[in-house]
Design a protein around this ligand. Structure first.
Ligand code: RM4
Ligand code: MN
Ligand code: MN
Length: 432
């Protein structure tokens, strides 16, 4: 393979020089400010440096809507190029060393080759994802009317086998979790027998569960609509929780922020799943209407913070078994996907660090005293603290970029990739 363009460490260091002094000044100022509340800024830098959020392989390509897709230039054409892009994101932001694969979009010819290629970029593999929401060219039976819950046992079997294959691929890649999101549902009242469909889901998932290695987790991802517009089989967290319990201790619920009706109190769902010991995974994004797959923190940053407030509360409280796998899951239709993913990763770390700033002792006191105003004020105190210098310092100290997007743009990465990767027709990148 010809040598591909990459952003080198010395280029990052050179770019960092441009903003180092300013960032240090802001950082020192923030350090003094935080000192007044007995917060050591160094603890927060370490907190930011330790945070990890995985990147979806399908997020590095331009996504589309059901109306159109406007491809960008230099899009990755195969899983190796996708990993190259993920490696670039990781190099600049440092918090994204894991990649989540979608099968068959990313099905490798050789798992050994793929694993080594990833390792060379410092990457490893997060949860595997199955795809039974569309048909593949060589596929025997169609998922048009469902997959794991289809009335026809032969179609269910095909979908079960596909999921088992995903686990096998993941096994040889070093993954430790499998995420199942199905598009099964109905577009017409009466189309589906609700109870029968859920029974079939449990039966199919039971077989997939059997194939799961002992040290793996199975994530159930719910979604209240789309592609089915009247009903979905795994429509909300309650159904997801019920199924996880029915399946066994290795089954957990995955919360995708875009998969709830508008105005639903997602932070409360998160708290419930934590309390019930079944919060397994997270897909971050933002939305205005429903599964818009917009960039994390772009529309409702306060909600993102409130979600992290619950997550951090569980982390600091050492809730037994609490170990959610964090991931971004969004579709980038009008931006450079790498820029969106870098910004989103930073926004997620921002919310995480801000949640660490919550004065939990005070919050608990005012809760006990039933003082709602002070409770909100305590949260707002953390949320309104601009932790940007902490995030930048964490990245710099981990070898990343103070300003990832400026560094990325200055490197000319996209232009180089446009030359290296002339577009080809029919390549499955992005969510269409
Ligand atoms: C779904 C869901 C899944 C993702 C697909 C591509 O809406 O969010 O996690 O795998 O999109
Ligand atoms: Mn998702
Ligand atoms: Mn989604």
């Amino acid at each position: 393979m010809a040598k591909h363009f990459e952003i080198h460490d010395d280029f990052v260091a050179e770019q960092n020089k441009k903003s180092e002094a300013w960032n240090k000044e802001d950082f020192d100022h923030l350090a003094r400010k935080l000192e007044r509340s007995n917060v050591d800024i160094e603890d927060l830098v370490a907190t930011a440096q330790a945070f990890r959020v995985a990147v979806p392989s399908w997020g590095v390509g331009t996504g589309g809507t059901r109306f159109a897709r406007f491809p960008g230039v230099g899009e990755p054409r195969n899983i190796f190029e996708k990993l190259e892009d993920c490696g670039t994101i990781f190099k600049l932001v440092r918090s994204t060393p894991a990649v989540s694969l979608h099968i068959p979009w990313d099905k490798p010819d050789s798992t050994t080759e793929l694993r080594e290629f990833a390792a060379d970029l410092g990457l490893h593999f997060d949860a595997m994802n199955s795809n039974t929401f569309q048909d593949q060219p060589e596929q025997e039976l169609s998922y048009r009317f469902g997959s794991l819950t289809h009335p026809d046992q032969a179609i269910r079997n095909q979908a079960i086998e596909h999921n088992i294959e995903c686990i096998e691929i993941g096994r040889s890649l070093g993954s430790r979790a499998h995420t199942v999101w199905i598009g099964d549902g109905g577009n017409f009242p009466g189309q589906q027998h609700f109870r029968k469909a859920l029974e079939r889901y449990l039966e199919s998932m039971g077989q997939i569960y059997q194939a799961l290695p002992d040290d793996w987790r199975l994530f159930i991802e719910h979604k209240f609509y789309e592609p089915a517009f009247y009903s979905t089989v795994i429509n909300d967290w309650g159904v997801s929780y019920y199924c996880a319990r029915e399946l066994g201790p290795k089954a957990f619920c995955l919360v995708d922020l875009g998969h709830h009706a508008p105005n639903v109190n997602i932070e409360m769902i998160v708290a419930r799943l934590i309390q019930f010991g079944r919060l397994g995974g997270f897909h971050f994004n933002d939305s205005k209407y429903g599964d818009d797959d917009l960039d994390a923190g772009s529309i409702k940053p306060f909600q993102l913070f409130l979600i992290f407030n619950e997550l951090v509360d569980a982390e600091l409280g050492r809730v037994p078994g609490f170990n959610p796998a964090y991931m971004l899951d969004q579709s980038h239709n009008v931006t450079d996907p790498l820029e969106s993913l870098m910004m989103s990763a930073s926004e997620v770390v921002r919310a995480y660090v801000q949640a660490h700033l919550v004065n939990r002792r005070l919050l608990s006191e005012v809760q006990e005293k039933s003082d709602p105003l002070m409770a909100l004020a305590t949260l707002k105190q953390a949320f309104t603290t601009d932790v940007t210098p902490i995030l930048a310092m964490a990245r710099e100290r981990s070898g990343g970029a103070i300003d990832p997007i400026a560094t990325y743009r200055a490197s000319g990465y996209r232009k180089h990739k446009a030359e290296e990767r002339p577009s080809v027709l029919g390549v499955a990148v992005g969510i269409v």
